[in-house]
Design a protein around this ligand. Structure first.
Ligand code: FAD
Length: 428
């Protein structure tokens, strides 16, 4: 029997500010289930929830704790769509999967919001949209063409000029922006913990602090040797994404690992009332992207690509965040940060996610390119559907062969160097 509790040793602001409870449940005995799911993030928990709802017995094995990976470290932008504009997705995925992918991802936030509503997940949900901010005139041109494409598909998006953007963000530094009314923000750890609660409510089991160490095909099913016991399952789903270890050969080599860091201020009360007054989450068109949002306690949460260098109260990232806020909001005054953290993102060469059928009854979805709230939720549901009889041709994208990225380790290091250099330059 697991216990619900509030935990010390938080991995992010969201870990401490989440109104949902953590669930800690060590593995005490061997198990036999229909589906064993490795990883307790959005993907694993959505898979568990939907498998359990579809009548399969499901067990999630999480090496650390719920939301330990990208899911609990995220910015919390519930985006509609992926990095590519719709036409590019169609070009890459073809006439059958392309339009379906664009439609399902366009509806992705609605799926997330409906799960939040259905399971009464306490995750600071706001449905006021997201703002893609133009860092330069070229960025605004890119947003204008995205706007035209989404408009053609009758999506509720608005192109904002400089003044309209200034009113939404509280600074005139952007050259305009794209407001996507389908999107919104959440406390990502709250959503993840809420999904865990919903999955358990539907009958799924979750064990935490349990690493899957070996995976072996066993007759018609699978055996997982884990810290704490052995699991036998007909199907296995790997929801390990950017935190993939060596459990399955080469899976950690199908993406380039990059980092994204964030710092959160202390609650700032009315001093920040003019900043993102409608609480949209914002990210920009710069090559080294940055993000900004305001949570329900009036903390500003600012981030960019790379790792935290230094600590919450001093060092390079702390200086970067202070300078960035001072440049955007010269009248803001002194700022104190209360949390600093980073997490890993799995980037694929074409910036599209993957669903792999690694072996009979063994599936994974991976490589979300920093778009995991909707992707993990949708793919978890899709894989659960696959295990209960849906046709693979109904998936949001085709199952492809595993392709490793030989340059990934070196690219990871190069990106990390460039991101740190950016922090240094922008802190001067
Ligand atoms: C800093 C940051 C900001 C982001 N911002 C956004 C955003 O604003 N919007 C958005 O949509 N997406 C965002 N993303 C991306 C998103 O967070 C991820 O795509 C998403 O969380 C992936 O979910 P997942 O469940 O697939 O994997 P994860 O949440 O990474 O979970 C993988 C889990 O697997 C566990 N695990 C690994 N190996 C084993 C093993 N052998 N045995 C047991 N457990 C194992 C890990 O402990 C981990 O908990 C961001 C990511 C980061 C890092």
């Amino acid at each position: 029997m697991g216990i619900a509790m509030t935990r010390n040793g938080a991995i992010s602001l969201w870990d401490t500010s989440s109104a949902e409870e953590d669930y800690i449940n060590p593995m005490v005995e061997d198990a036999t289930v229909d589906v064993a799911i490795v990883g307790g993030g959005f993907t694993g928990l959505s898979t568990a929830l939907h498998c359990a709802e579809n009548g399969l017995s499901a067990l999630v094995l999480e090496a650390n704790h719920i939301g330990f990976g990208g899911s609990g470290r995220n910015v919390g932008l519930v985006n509609a769509g992926v990095w590519h504009p719709p036409a590019k997705v169609r070009e890459k995925l073809g006439d059958t999967f392309g339009p379906r992918f664009v439609r399902r991802f366009g509806e992705g936030p609605e799926k997330v919001f409906s799960l939040i509503e259905k399971h009464q997940i306490r995750c600071e949900v706001t449905k006021t949209g997201t703002l893609h901010a133009a860092h330069a005139p070229s960025g605004f041109e890119d947003l204008r063409s995205r706007y035209k494409e989404w408009k053609r598909l009758e999506a509720p998006v608005a192109l904002l000029d400089r003044d309209e953007m200034a009113a939404k963000v509280g600074t005139s530094m952007f050259h305009g922006g794209l407001l996507d009314h389908r999107a919104g923000t959440i406390n990502p750890m709250g959503y993840c913990q809420g999904l865990a609660r919903a999955a358990r409510g539907a009958g799924a089991e979750i064990v935490t602090g349990v690493r899957a160490k070996k995976l072996r095909k066993d007759g018609t099913g699978w055996t997982i040797e884990a810290t704490g016991g052995t699991v036998k399952a007909k199907y296995v789903v790997l929801g390990t994404n950017a935190y993939t270890d060596e459990l399955w050969p080469n899976l950690s080599r199908v993406f380039t690992k990059i980092h994204y860091f964030q710092l959160a201020t202390e609650p700032m009360g009315n001093r920040v009332a003019h900043i993102l007054p409608e609480r949209q989450g914002l990210w920009d068109t710069g090559q080294i992207m940055f993000s900004l949002r305001r949570d329900m306690e009036n903390r500003l949460i600012i981030g960019s690509m790379g790792t935290i260098v230094g600590s919450v109260g001093q060092g390079l990232s702390h200086r970067w965040a202070r300078k960035k806020l001072a440049r955007m909001y010269p009248d803001l005054g002194p700022v104190t940060f209360e949390a600093a953290w980073h997490g890993q993102i799995a980037m694929t060469p074409d910036h599209l996610p993957r669903i792999y059928n690694l072996d009979d009854g063994l599936y994974t979805s991976i490589g979300y390119n920093g778009r995991g709230i909707t992707t993990g939720t949708l793919f978890g549901e899709a894989i659960a559907g696959l295990l209960t009889g849906s046709d693979p041709s109904d998936l949001p994208l085709p199952i492809t062969d595993v392709a490793t990225v030989p340059t990934a380790p070196i690219m990871s290091r190069l990106y990390q160097t460039a991101f740190t250099a950016n922090q240094i330059l922008r802190s001067l």
